[in-house]
Design a protein around this ligand. Structure first.
Ligand code: FAD
Length: 422
């Protein structure tokens, strides 16, 4: 069976790997010169299954209003004439209820927890190295109100299969000693010992090589323009380098998926949620063997920022901006990220050598990816993973490969597909 995978981000490459491992004849196309060069390039590095909560929560609209107009706001809305954004926001607001949150958390966790099992299996099978650290994720709180709101969700998430432990401020420092200087600012934390971190780009590049070794062909520098449909099927993808025919097609174009599907009458509510990261080389401050960077991956709730140690680099990521497909690095936003990180970990890395990056999270209004079939019998979707694409990649890939290859997926797919948007 010949399968065309469109997109070589972490989602497309993991899908190609699973398909090639299952015996399919795979061709992957991507407009970039290599794998993982867009949203999957310099993300926060967290495999955060135990923190797979959507942006849409009952308190989100009020928080977003308070942040309006602040250049250092974790979430920034550029209000301008943008009908896809308005439609997305309307759906987002409809998901900001306790009842919807419970449904969406269960759906996201179903994929994320399965995905953590799958990445462990891929690691064990292939020995892939990507600066992986399995020291857990600690979510830090400085606001009593936000902490109490988070604590209310701990039982629900533990019932759904998470391992989340509530710790006080001293407990946070015991887990991550590099937090000792900011101990007085902390209210407490939620620790998930079995979460992980690692470099998504390194993983993607190496997994592409492993997929190629299993027969997948990667055609870089090729842009998909249209899908050619007829008789309820897709026959080929038209590209700037000619047409590519296949028996099945998987669309994994991240934030750009809706553009390719719209002419087929498939409306995907995926909007680009721009985010930033800063990467600092970790250098011991005094020439000794030690350094001041954390070794446990962290989420700083107040600033909605994450910290991951990737080998001898510290990756700091955060902020969400709704500004269409713009990927320019806004110096004020990037600087805010760096300054906040340096306040938390003054000896965490070499700020003078910081590298800034911005990417687009393919965000759905309910925080759940769009995985599965479409009304075209041989067209499959694997998109819309938002803030959790690295966390959910290996599980989503396996599920989609199972569907394409006619196998039964290991998790229930109810509520994960395009049909949920009506
Ligand atoms: C700042 C930031 C921090 C993040 N932190 C985390 C984190 O800590 N943990 C986590 O789990 N997730 C995180 N994410 C989210 C995660 O990075 C994304 O969900 C994930 O990378 C999406 O992968 P993708 O393959 O769907 O998209 P992409 O990586 O964008 O891949 C899509 C590919 O499609 C290609 N493409 C697009 N259009 C075309 C076309 N017409 N023709 C050919 N090719 C095309 C692109 O070149 C690209 O390679 C973060 C994201 C950001 C921006």
């Amino acid at each position: 069976m010949r399968v065309a995978v469109l997109g070589a981000g972490v989602i497309g490459v993991t899908t190609a790997f699973e398909l090639a491992s299952g015996g399919a004849d795979v061709v992957v196309i991507d407009r970039q010169p290599g794998a993982g060069l867009e949203a999957s390039f310099a993300n926060g590095g967290q495999i955060s299954a135990n923190h797979a909560t959507p942006w849409a929560t009952p308190s989100a609209p009020l928080k977003a209003l308070k942040w309006l107009g602040r250049v250092d706001a974790p979430l920034l809305l550029h209000l301008r004439w943008d009908p896809p954004l308005f439609a997305w926001l309307a759906r987002f607001l409809a998901n900001c209820t306790a009842a919807r949150l419970a449904i969406n958390v269960e759906r996201a966790l179903r994929v994320a927890l399965y995905s953590r099992r799958r990445i462990a299996a891929v690691r064990a099978e292939t020995g892939i190295a990507y600066d992986h650290l399995g020291r857990g994720i600690l979510h830090l709180y400085r606001s009593r109100r936000d902490y109490d709101e988070a604590l209310a969700g701990v039982d629900l998430m533990n019932r759904l299969g998470c391992t989340r432990t509530v710790v006080d401020a001293d407990g946070c420092v015991a887990i991550e000693p590099a937090l000792a200087p900011v101990r007085p600012q902390l209210i407490g934390g939620i620790y998930s010992p079995d979460d992980e971190s690692g470099d998504a780009h390194r993983f993607t590049v190496q997994l592409a090589e492993l997929a190629a070794a299993r027969g997948a062909r990667f055609r870089f520098g090729v842009t998909a323009r249209h899908l050619l449909a007829g008789g309820g099927r897709i026959s080929a993808v038209d590209t700037d380098h000619g047409t590519i025919a296949a028996d099945a097609f998987v669309v994994a174009l991240g934030s750009y998926t809706p553009r390719l599907l719209a002419p087929l009458g498939l409306a995907l509510p995926i909007y680009p949620g721009k985010g930033y990261s800063v990467t600092l080389p970790i250098r011991p401050s005094d020439g000794s063997a030690g350094d001041g960077a954390p070794t446990v991956s962290l989420i700083d709730d107040e600033h909605k920022m994450v910290y991951s140690r990737l080998g001898m680099r510290l990756r700091v990521a955060g902020t969400a901006e709704f500004i269409g497909y713009d990927t320019a690095v806004n110096p004020a936003r990037a600087r805010f990220l760096l300054d906040t990180a340096m306040r938390l970990f003054p000896h965490g890395g070499d700020a003078a050598a910081a590298e800034f990056w911005a990417g687009l999270r393919p965000s759905t209004p309910d925080g759940v990816p769009v995985i599965g079939r479409t009304r075209y019998s041989n067209l499959f979707l694997n998109s819309g993973h938002g803030t959790l694409g690295w966390t959910m990649a290996c599980g989503s890939a396996r599920v989609v490969a199972d569907l394409v290859l006619g196998r039964t997926p290991e998790i229930d797919l109810a509520g994960l597909g395009l049909e949920r948007f009506g």
